[in-house]
Design a protein around this ligand. Structure first.
Ligand code: FAD
Length: 397
């Protein structure tokens, strides 16, 4: 089969779906994207992109735009919640580029999505198409949408997030589980906190049952913060729920003065509850597969959810190029290559929830001593994560 004759539908135009669509189209496939929303949107907020993900985006041709819009944090800095003492601190840039050929980036999600969208023809993005069902009889895959549209394609990729309709169709309905954590998120115009003289870096503040991360985005014009606190129950799962600034401030009462200064400088604050799924036994059936949060949502405590979705797209494109004549086998290969890495990151992200939120006491002191001895966030310590090339499948099985 000629490569161009493989018709591929990507369901979901988030960071994962759009990156995969660009990679697949650049590889020569006939790709269309189907998105439920009436327009391309990403919630306001920042994202950390390690070298492993940045490398893929640079290769896809987004280097100039990322250099313009994103921020290159100089350091990663873990600090203690009450007195601000340094627990560990490491150089990120330019070290990441020297070691791994791509920088570490902090970028606004909306900026990132707009940049990726420039790489894909808008007439091939079908907005207002909510997938409601599919039937994979091996060849071809049929899918239908709430608006009555039906399609028939050679390969269907579910990139439709944690509530994935593709996952439900392939593996059955199963509600995600509340992970016991809620995030308060906000963006602060930097002129309001200029007196804090913050270094251009990513700082994480760790305390009992909570942690708060902040870094610059949008050409350095905004400071993004995300403050995580533990809760027993939660009934909502929506980025757009607004929290009052007062509520966020009370969640971090007693913390170092820098934290309330930052929170109070935001105009609005959103609250978002963390949900999770157990690792899935499989991602693909016949000519349908999944990527990103649809098949491997993870706690954001390795800052790798979107990065892994980006990696998925690169590996998927490489596998389909290598196995165009047998797409089902190519999807199995894609899944075999990807699952061990994301499963490991899911487990590490979960473990970090406990490690980051230790109550003050002997365990926390042991953690701090270990970090002082051998920090685990430096580019050198994370070599296995950052140097990984998701497009290089030749030597993998
Ligand atoms: C607070 C927080 C901080 C984070 N920080 C980081 C970080 O620093 N670094 C990092 O790498 N990751 C981070 N993550 C994780 C990251 O945000 C996600 O892993 C990533 O956005 C998932 O992308 P996705 O494209 O798979 O899914 P989504 O972004 O959820 O996109 C899914 C898309 O599919 C569409 N869709 C859904 N259902 C249908 C349907 N039935 N039909 C058609 N379309 C549909 C949706 O509208 C949406 O556009 C963070 C997450 C959180 C919550």
């Amino acid at each position: 089969m000629a490569r161009a004759s493989l018709e591929i539908a990507v369901v979901g135009a988030g960071i994962g779906g759009l990156t995969a669509a660009v990679a697949l189209r650049q590889a020569g496939f006939d790709v269309h994207v189907y998105e439920q929303a009436p327009e391309l949107t990403e919630v306001g907020g920042g994202i950390n992109l390690g070298s492993n993900a940045a490398r893929i985006l640079y290769r896809l041709g987004f280097g100039d735009a990322l250099d313009r819009e994103a921020v290159r944090p100089l350091t990663t800095h873990q600090r203690r919640w009450q007195d601000g003492r340094t627990l560990q601190r490491a150089i990120l840039n330019p070290r990441c580029e020297e070691l791994y050929g791509a920088p570490h980036l902090n970028v606004h999600r909306a900026d990132l999505l707009s940049i990726i969208a420039t790489g894909f023809p808008s007439e091939r993005i079908h907005l207002g198409h909510r997938l409601v069902g599919l039937a994979d009889k091996g060849d071809p895959t049929e899918a239908w949408f709430e608006n009555g549209v039906r399609i028939s394609v050679d390969v269907l990729v579910g990139a439709d997030g944690i509530h994935s309709a593709v996952r439900a169709a392939l593996l059955g309905e199963e509600a995600p589980r509340f992970a016991g954590c809620v995030a308060y998120r906000g963006l602060v115009p930097v002129e309001r906190i200029a007196d804090l003289d913050l270094e251009v870096g990513a700082q994480s503040w760790l305390g009992p049952g909570a942690h708060l991360v902040h870094y610059f985005v949008s050409r350095g014009r905004l400071l993004n913060f995300v403050g995580w606190t533990e809760h027993d129950t939660w009934s909502r799962e929506d980025w757009t729920d607004r929290a009052t600034i007062a509520r966020a401030l009370s969640a971090f009462e007693g913390w170092h003065p820098q934290i309330p200064r930052i929170i109070a400088a935001a105009d609005t604050c959103f609250v978002w509850a963390l949900f999770d799924r157990e690792p899935l036994p499989r991602w693909s059936i016949a000519r349908t597969t999944m990527l990103g949060d649809a098949c491997h949502p993870m706690y954001p405590f390795m800052a790798q959810g979107a990065a892994q979705a980006i990696e998925d797209g690169a590996t998927l494109a490489a596998c389909l190029v290598a196995g165009t004549e047998d797409p089902a086998a190519a999807l199995q290969r894609y899944e075999r290559l990807r699952r061990p890495r994301v499963t490991q990151l899911q487990a590490m992200s979960r473990a970090n929830k406990a490690r980051f939120h230790l109550p003050d006491g002997p365990e926390q002191e042991a953690r701090d001593a270990e970090w002082a001895r051998a920090g685990d966030r430096s580019p050198e310590a994370l070599r296995w994560l950052y140097e990984f090339d998701a497009s290089a499948i030749e030597t993998a099985t």
